[in-house]
Design a protein. Sequence first.
Length: 300
Amino acid sequence: MKRKISLVVIPIVAIALVWYLFIKPNDYLVSFTANTFPGAINQTIKNWDKRMGVNTSIKQKNLLELEQELKFGDSLIHYNWTIIPITDSTSKVKVSIKDVSHSLMNKIMIPFTSTVLEKRSKKNLINFNHLLNDHINKFKVKVVGEDELKPTHCAYLTIEGLQSEKAFGMIREFPFLSGFVKQHNLKVNGTPFVEIKKWNRTNDSIVYDFCYPIVKTDSLPFHTEIKYKEFGGMKALKAIYNGNYMTSDRAWYKLMDYAGKHNIELENKPVELFYDNPSMGGNELEWKAEIFMPLKNTDE
């Protein structure tokens, strides 16, 4: 009887060991719950990656899956991030960690002792959690529902860059654009806004028009850089964002999450209306922006 049991158990143990030592894709797995939505986590991972001084760019399979390489001494460490939405305001994060150079040794040692990989990974991810929690405490997003943006004429500048650089682009160009409007006594017809024309969600690059609403007249002053256009208005899904305008794009992801759960088709070309002047300072959580994500035209 014992011999029969051994004939069954030994192959199972052998197969399990082979899988654990040579097939298992990671050396160490960390998981935790974050009190925010996937887009905010995705962007914080990328921000944390920059802070780590990594030479290679983080690779994004999609919003929920990212691959990161970190170098520590003679070790090349792979972090594979998976973000799993749970509710509107909570997500589970799994980080699959592998030391490419010392994977086998780590797998042998981890069940019996606390390895350098394990200690470093815990320290790194505690650091990441502090960064994430600090970030999500500095902004608020509330989805209002479907709304309509009114048409307006505007003077505008076209700017290209990264999502994270959008606020800097606005700060840089605002005196130029507003000064032009004031210099030529153009009648202002609303709050400045940004219209995203192209959004590459893989590398977070955007092309956008920074617009100053004005009343259209028969004769508008010519400028080589500042152009005019008719912003046609649109039906859109709306959110209220409070926080630093550097991270107002978090509302884009919140709107996409909401749309996905409510079967609403969107054009991923958000429009942002800004109601506060960051140069005046104050409590950032009191800064307000209205974020609109256009509804897809089903007639097309």
